[in-house]
Design a protein around this ligand. Structure first.
Ligand code: AMP
Length: 282
């Protein structure tokens, strides 16, 4: 039986509802999302319930993290469906503010993490991670949640949010949750619904080429030819553009030239009009 569920749209209501829980002695987890929820998002709610007694989620398609040529207008939105899924998963509070509430006229403050956003996705999406850091700092500040849960699918984002929450003394412990994949191995993403059936089939080359590269590296293969083979596999599968395939340190995101503890393979590539990302620990 799902428990009580309410939707609030103003930051003061979020602050009050969570403070109320905390006064009653509950620990509270916040799961920030952009909606169009799938099993990957709901796993974050489940993870939140391992670290807290109450889970709140937010749905906000944040215009500040979309570039001018990106998919802000066509990004999928289904608040009623999302609310039903959240409730079923054990989330009790949804914060769904409007753009005008989050960024009223005169809004002028930004959070910019130095260094970590410069490479990988940040190099191809200028300003994206400033938008992410700004909105997540607002969500954490308004919620004062004990725990914030973020997916490892967006590994660079997770590293940036950890840095920001520590640097700004936000008081929320940041938890990473493992990547949830479709049965065939493609990481779940709200953007997968842009893929037509042919593209969806070809997109599988992304996790497959990373797994092949991971296994080769674990078997002692050299990095350069391993990455070259992964690029080739993606091109042959019909990815129109490969933004990067890199081996990096999972905390600093600096490139590595051989596997070592904390090494992670990260990739981003475009199938049709859809940009997909994925990563695997090596
Ligand atoms: P989004 O709605 O795409 O902004 O994602 C909201 C949160 O869900 C982020 O912390 C993502 O990393 C996380 N997330 C999205 N897809 C997955 C997935 N397949 N597995 C785990 N977490 C995910």
């Amino acid at each position: 039986m799902p428990s009580a569920f309410s939707i609030v749209r103003e930051p003061a209501q979020l602050t009050a509802a969570i403070a109320d829980w905390q006064r009653q002695g509950h620990r509270v987890a916040l799961v920030p999302t952009m909606g169009a929820l799938h099993a990957g998002h709901l796993a974050l709610v489940t993870e939140g319930l391992k670290h807290a007694d109450k889970v709140a989620a937010s749905i906000f398609v944040n215009p500040k993290q979309f570039g001018p040529l990106e998919d802000l207008d066509r990004y999928p939105r289904d608040e009623a469906g999302d609310a039903a899924k959240l409730r079923e998963a054990g989330c009790e509070l949804l914060y769904a503010p409007s753009v005008a509430t989050m960024y009223p006229p005169g809004f002028a403050s930004y959070v910019k993490v130095a260094g970590l956003p410069d490479r990988l996705c940040g190099a191809v999406r200028p300003g994206h991670f400033d938008g992410v850091a700004t909105v997540v700092s607002k969500l954490l500040a308004a919620s004062r949640a004990d725990v914030g849960v973020f997916g490892e699918k967006d590994w660079q984002q997770l590293a940036i949010i950890r840095r920001m929450a520590a640097d700004l003394d936000l008081g929320t412990r940041i938890i990473g949750a493992g990547i949830v994949r479709d049965q065939d191995g493609l990481a779940l993403s709200s953007r997968n619904m842009y893929l037509n059936p042919d593209e969806r089939g070809r997109a599988l080359a992304l996790p497959q080429s990373l797994i092949a590269a991971r296994d080769a590296l674990r078997g002692g293969a050299a990095l350069a030819p391993t990455l070259a083979a992964a690029y080739l596999a993606l091109a042959q599968a019909g990815f129109l553009r490969v933004d990067y395939i890199e081996l990096v340190d999972e905390e600093t995101l600096t490139p590595l030239d051989r596997p070592e503890p904390g090494a992670r393979l990260m990739a981003a590539a475009v199938m049709g009009t859809t940009r997909l990302i994925d990563n695997f620990a090596v």
